[in-house]
Ligand binder design. Structure first.
Ligand SMILES: Cc1cc2nc3c(=O)[nH]c(=O)nc-3n(C[C@H](O)[C@H](O)[C@H](O)COP(=O)(O)O)c2cc1C
Length: 193
C-alpha cells in the first residue's frame, strides 16, 4: 500500500471484532510511533500498552464513558514526559510536547492501518485524576492521547472538506484566482494516471 493510499483509506474505527492482535504487530506499531519527528529529537513520548479488561474499562469510563473503547483488544496510552522539552524550550514546551506526541500518534495510526488493523485516536481523559491513579502515571507525566487498536467491525464513511475550502495561497484567506488550478482535486486525478 502506498503512503498516499494508507493516509487516504485510514478511518477511525469504533467497533471491533473479538479477535486478538499479535504481539509482533503491537511492537511494529510502537516502533512506528517512536520514529516520529520531535523537537530537538527529545522523544518525550512514553507509551502504555493496555490489554487488561478491567483497566480498559476504567480507561473508557475516564474518557467520557466511551464504552466502545473496551471492545478494542489493545489501547495504547500516549503520555509525555516533558521535563527535557521544558528545559530546552521554556516558552514553547507545552505545544512542542503535545505536537511530538501527536506526530507519534499519527505514525501509529498509519502503521496500524498498514498492518490491516483498525484504530481510533481518542483525546485525553476527562477524568484525569482517576485515569492517572489507576494506571500509576506519575504526577509530572501528561496524558496526550489514546489509540484503540483491533480488527474492524464497521465500514465508516469518509467525510472531508474540499481542499479548496482549507487552502490559501501566499496569505491567510487569499484564494488563488488562476482558474486552471481548480478544482484542486483534478490534479490528484491527473497524477494518478
Ligand atoms: C485530538 C483528537 C481527539 C479525538 N478524540 C476522539 C474521541 O474522544 N472519541 C472518538 O470517537 N474519536 C475521537 N477522535 C477521532 C475523530 O473523531 C476522527 O479522526 C474524525 O472524526 C475524522 O474521522 P477519520 O479519523 O475516520 O478520518 C479524535 C481525533 C483527534 C485527532
Amino acid at each position: 500500500m502506498s503512503i498516499y493510499t494508507n493516509i487516504k483509506k485510514r478511518r477511525s474505527i469504533r467497533s471491533y471484532l473479538d479477535k486478538k492482535v499479535k504481539h509482533s504487530d503491537i511492537c511494529k506499531v510502537l516502533d512506528a510511533g517512536h520514529y516520529a519527528p520531535s523537537s530537538g529529537n527529545l522523544q518525550n513520548w512514553r507509551f502504555i500498552v493496555v490489554r487488561d479488561p478491567d483497566t480498559k474499562e476504567t480507561v473508557a469510563r475516564c474518557c467520557l464513558e466511551q464504552l466502545w473503547i473496551t471492545e478494542a483488544p489493545v489501547v495504547i496510552v500516549v503520555c509525555s514526559d516533558s521535563t527535557k522539552v521544558k528545559q530546552e524550550y521554556p516558552t514553547k514546551y507545552k505545544k512542542f510536547a503535545t505536537q511530538n506526541c501527536a506526530a507519534a500518534t499519527q505514525n501509529m495510526l498509519l502503521q496500524t492501518h498498514a498492518l490491516g488493523l483498525a484504530s481510533c485516536w481518542v483525546g485525553p481523559p476527562s477524568n484525569l485524576m482517576k485515569f492517572k491513579d489507576n494506571l500509576k502515571i506519575p504526577e509530572n507525566i501528561d496524558v496526550e492521547a489514546l489509540i484503540t487498536i483491533g480488527y474492524s467491525n464497521e465500514k465508516p464513511l469518509e467525510k472531508r472538506h474540499k481542499i479548496e475550502e482549507v487552502t490559501y495561497f501566499d496569505k491567510y484567506g487569499k484564494r488563488e484566482r488562476d482558474v486552471s488550478l481548480f478544482p484542486l482535486a483534478k490534479h490528484l486525478k491527473k497524477s494518478k494516471k
